[in-house]
Design a protein around this ligand. Structure first.
Ligand code: NAD
Ligand code: UDP
Ligand code: UDP
Length: 321
C-alpha cells in the first residue's frame, strides 16, 4: 500500500542500510533527500538513483546544522562497524550526540517525524538473553567500543528528552546485526569479511574460539521493519528491537560462507577483540505485536544474495579498496 507523497530526509543515505532505504522510499513514491559525508558510505551505493528527479544527494556532515524542509527524517548517519567507528572515536561520539541534536533540532523546527537507527550495542555484553527492550544493558563506558555504544545510548536519551520536553514525534529502532549487498568490503564486519576472504581464497579470520553468537538479519527484512515502524501511530515511540532471532555461532557462519562460495579458504583463529559480546539475539516480540513483522529471509538465502554482490564487486575492483 502506498502512503501519500512526502519529502523524506535520510542521513547516512549513501551507506549500506541508507542506500537500501532511499531505494525503497523512492519506490513508494516519496521525494528523498540523501545526506552523507561519505565517511563510510559512497556515491557508488546511490549512483543508480541519481537520475531519478525525486532523489537528491547532498554532501554534508550532520555534526553541523542543517536547514532543510522535510516531513520525515530517518537518522542513520554514523559509522557502524567497529573498525570504522574506532578509527576516529571522537568524531563517532560527535556524530551520535551533536549530529543527533542537530537532527532533533531540525525535526522540532519543521515538525517532522524522526526515526533513530539505534543498535543492539546499547545492551553491551548482555547478562540477559535474548535481550528484551526493557533490559538496560551492560556497557563499559571507557572501553574501545564506548564511543559508539555510549554515543548511541546518549542519542536515545536525546530522542526521549526531545519528546518529553518538546513533544517530538519519535521512533527508536534498536537494530541487530544486519547484512546484505552494499556492505563496505573492508569495514571489518563479520559477514563482509568472511565473504571477501572466501572469494579471494584468503584465510577466514575467526576471532576467539568462534563460539560467540550473533543473529543476522537480511537487509530487505530490516528496511521493511523501518517503514512499518515509521507508519505506526504517534503514541508509538519504541525503542523496538529489530533483527532476526535465528542465532548462529561465528564459526558456523564461517563454515556456511566457505561452503556457499565453494572456497578452499582455511579457518584462522585470531584473538577476540576487547569487549566483544559473547552472545547476541533479539527478542522481537514487541516488533511482531506492533508491526506484524518478522524477518522472512533465511541466512543461507541472504548469504547467497550477498555473495553474488561481492563476486561482482571483486570482478570490477579486484583489490576491493
Ligand atoms: P554504514 O557505515 O554503511 O552507513 C553509515 C553512513 O553514515 C555512511 O554512509 C557514512 O558515510 C555516513 N556518516 C557517518 N558519519 C556521518 C556524519 N557525521 N554526517 C553524515 N553522514 C555520516 O553503516 P550501516 O550499516 O548502513 O548503518 C546505518 C545505521 O544503522 C548506523 O547509524 C548504524 O549505527 C545503525 N546500525 C546498523 C547495524 C547493522 O548491522 N548494519 C546494526 C545496528 C545499528
Ligand atoms: N538545527 C538544525 N536545523 C534546524 C534547526 C536546528 O540543524 O532546522 C540545529 C541547531 O544548530 C541547534 C540544534 O539543531 O543547535 C538543536 O536545536 P534546538 O532548537 O533544539 O536547540 P537550540 O537552537 O535552542 O540550541
Ligand atoms: N568476527 C570474526 N572475524 C572477523 C570479524 C568479526 O570472528 O573477521 C567476529 C567478532 O569478533 C564478533 C562477530 O564476529 O564476535 C561479529 O562482529 P561484527 O564486527 O560484524 O559485529 P558486532 O561485534 O558489532 O556484532
Amino acid at each position: 500500500m502506498k502512503s501519500s507523497r512526502k519529502k523524506i530526509l535520510v542521513t547516512g543515505g549513501a551507506g549500506f542500510l541508507g542506500s537500501h532505504l532511499c531505494e525503497r522510499l523512492l519506490r513508494d513514491g516519496h521525494d528523498v533527500l540523501c545526506v552523507d559525508n561519505f565517511f563510510t558510505g559512497s556515491k557508488d551505493n546511490v549512483v543508480h538513483l541519481l537520475g531519478n528527479p525525486r532523489f537528491e544527494l547532498m554532501r554534508h556532515d550532520i555534526t553541523f546544522p542543517l536547514y532543510v524542509e522535510v516531513d520525515d527524517i530517518y537518522n542513520l548517519a554514523c559509522p557502524a562497524s567497529p573498525v570504522h567507528y574506532q578509527h576516529d572515536p571522537v568524531q563517532t561520539t560527535k556524530t551520535c550526540v551533536h549530529g543527533t541534536i542537530n537532527m532533533l533540532g531540525l525535526a522540532k523546527r519543521v515538525g517532522a517525524r524522526i526515526f533513530q537507527a539505534s543498535t543492539s550495542e546499547v545492551y553491551g555484553d548482555p547478562e540477559v538473553h535474548p535481550q528484551p527492550e526493557g533490559y538496560v544493558g551492560r556497557v563499559n563506558p571507557i572501553g574501545p567500543r564506548a564511543c559508539y555504544d555510549e554515543g548511541k545510548r546518549c542519542a536515545e536519551t536525546l530522542f526521549f528528552d526531545y519528546r518529553r520536553q518538546h513533544g517530538l514525534n519519535i521512533r527508536v529502532a534498536r537494530i541487530f546485526n544486519t547484512y546484505g549487498p552494499r556492505m563496505h568490503p573492508n569495514d571489518g564486519r563479520v559477514v563482509s569479511n568472511f565473504i571477501v576472504q572466501a572469494l579471494k581464497g584468503e584465510p577466514i579470520t575467526l576471532f576467539g574460539d568462534g563460539r560467540q553468537t550473533r543473529s543476522f538479519c537480511y537487509v530487505d527484512d530490516m528496511i521493511e521493519a523501518f517503514i512499518r515502524l515509521m507508519r505506526t501511530s504517534d503514541d508509538v515511540t519504541g525503542p523496538v528491537n529489530l533483527g532476526n532471532p535465528a542465532e548462529f555461532t561465528i564459526r558456523a557462519l564461517a563454515e556456511n560462507v566457505v561452503r556457499l562460495t565453494r572456497s578452499a579458504s582455511a579457518l584462522e583463529f585470531r584473538p577476540l577483540p576487547e569487549d566483544d559480546p559473547r552472545q547476541r539475539q533479539p527478542d522481537i516480540g514487541l516488533a511482531k505485536a506492533l508491526l506484524g513483522w518478522s524477518p522472512s529471509t533465511e541466512l543461507e538465502d541472504g548469504l547467497r544474495r550477498t555473495i553474488v554482490y561481492f563476486e561482482a564487486l571483486l570482478r570490477e575492483r579486484p583489490t576491493c579498496s
